[in-house]
Design a protein around this ligand. Structure first.
Ligand code: PHE
Length: 469
């Protein structure tokens, strides 16, 4: 496809537009949608939060998604080389490649702790699978166990260093198995099989949960309109969440964009990807809360919602162990297609920059992810005393996992995203950007205005609040 792109790239491409869209949805839909969004929306103003979130996705998320995929598609190369190509062709400094370099760095860091969380999900798959074998298909989960014992599984897990490390390694190896096989041979296969399976599971579990009679309560909880809860910090949490959820600011969508052919309309694809991601975040709430409420539990926020409250809720349900198993398989599929995209970003860069073979490149990145992962996995247990950046106020009293999370979500992701907007809106050659965007007339002017003005201001606000609070 990429006639005359002039850059080497890995040459590998998506085999169709659907493959690109599904892989990008796979990257976007992950633990952010399933764990964080429902917990935050429920606790922070319900419909007011949801509406504001949608507002952020439309005004900031989609414009940035289009900017990132466009840079990649034009460059047809790993993220740094793609920024460089566009910069040079626009008569700007090749140093713009550093913006993507920060993104490559961030995705490596996130890969490190994301696979630890993926490992936790594998643990619950194992628990429910064992339960299913023990009690049969219609059994409720955790028979004969007290509520305290079920909820104690989670602290016991994250405090168990060898186990969390082993699970982290397992999740990382599964991720590696797909990335090592290439774009159309591996990454795309994961997306094309796992994402449809994910949608079916999610729909099925949501319908099942609704039969428990608490669907309306859950919708009321998730969509109750409480504008007074929409404070400044909550609004910024919503923008940040929109960002993370759409996999922006990590050179990820640039990398996926580089495998797209000329015939694909990027504006339309960006809309579909962002729309699906947002829809999944909302359905996740309607999937989880009815189950939690049916068990008479309080829908508390944070990680406890998925890893403690929900297992406990499955304890009281008919077919609890089966549904619990399917639920965590669904979460694992979502997390896996995200970790695959995280591993692909630095892998593509190594291939592009040093001419490495894909297998070697992906193993090197996975090894870096392993080191960070081991430190993260242990940071909730035996290494919890280790606070590597204790002397920086932002990271005081934080273990490795939190440091990686805060460093990327508050610092490097917003910086990459901010500079990307400036690059596309102010630096890059306008005709070049226009011809890639696939937008016409009015829509194009709106997009350009958002990228030049609205996104940078919002990102500066995120950075400011993230670093000062
Ligand atoms: N979007 C993913 C999620 O919601 C996480 C992610 C961020 C993946 C950035 C890739 C890049 O879980």
């Amino acid at each position: 496809a990429a006639i005359g792109s002039g850059t080497q790239g890995s040459g590998d491409h998506w085999s169709s537009r659907t493959a690109f869209v599904l892989a990008s949805i796979g990257s976007a839909v992950g633990l952010g949608n399933l764990v964080r969004f429902p917990a935050e929306a429920g606790a922070n103003g319900g419909a007011a939060f949801v509406l504001f979130y949608i507002f952020c996705v439309v005004l900031i998320g989609i414009p940035l998604l289009l900017s990132e995929t466009l840079i990649g598609r034009h460059g047809q190369a790993a993220a740094p080389a793609s920024y460089r190509k566009m910069a040079v062709e626009s008569g700007a400094s090749p140093k713009w490649e550093w913006v993507a370099g920060i993104g490559v760095f961030s995705s490596t860091l996130v890969l490190g702790f994301y696979c630890v969380l993926g490992g936790w999900v594998l643990y619950y798959i194992g628990i429910f699978a064992g339960d299913l074998v023990a009690t049969g298909i219609s059994g409720t989960a955790f028979q004969g166990m007290s509520v305290e014992a079920v909820e104690a599984l989670f602290p016991a897990l994250i405090g168990n260093g060898p186990l969390t490390v082993a699970l982290d390694v397992a999740f990382l190896l599964i991720t590696l198995a797909f990335v090592a096989r290439g774009v159309s041979g591996g990454i795309e296969k994961a997306a094309v099989w796992l994402m449809p399976a994910f949608f079916v599971l999610m729909l099925g579990i949501t319908i099942y949960g609704a039969t428990g009679g608490h669907f309306i309560d859950a919708a009321n909880y998730l969509f109750k309109f409480e504008p007074e809860k929409l404070t400044g910090p909550v609004m910024l949490a919503a923008v940040g969440q929109a960002f993370f959820s759409l996999s922006l600011g990590m050179a990820c969508m640039v990398t996926y964009g580089a495998y797209v052919g000329r015939d694909v309309n990027l504006a339309k694809s960006s809309g579909i990807i962002a729309g699906s991601d947002t829809l999944v975040a909302m359905v996740a709430g309607l999937c989880i809360f009815p189950i939690v409420l049916a068990a008479g539990l309080a829908p508390e926020g944070g990680l406890g919602l998925m890893f403690q409250t929900l297992p406990h809720a499955f304890q009281d349900m008919p077919f609890g162990s089966l549904i619990g198993l399917l639920f965590f398989i669904m979460v694992a599929f979502a997390a896996l297609t995200s970790s695959i995209s995280l591993l692909e970003v630095p892998t593509a860069w190594l291939i592009d920059k040093f001419g490495l073979r894909r297998i070697a490149a992906s193993v090197i990145v996975a090894t870096a992810g392993l080191v960070l992962g081991v430190l993260s996995a242990l940071s909730t247990g035996m290494l919890s005393w280790f606070h590597p950046l204790d002397f920086v106020p932002l990271f005081a009293d934080k273990g490795v996992m939190d440091v990686l999370d805060i460093f990327t979500s508050r610092l490097t992701m917003p910086i990459t995203a901010l500079l990307t907007c400036i690059f596309i809106g102010w630096v890059a050659d306008r005709r070049l950007v226009d011809s890639e965007s696939g937008l016409g007339g009015g829509a194009h002017r709106v997009w350009r205005f958002l990228v030049r003005w609205v996104c940078p201001v919002a990102l500066l606000a995120i950075l400011w609040v993230g670093l000062t609070s």
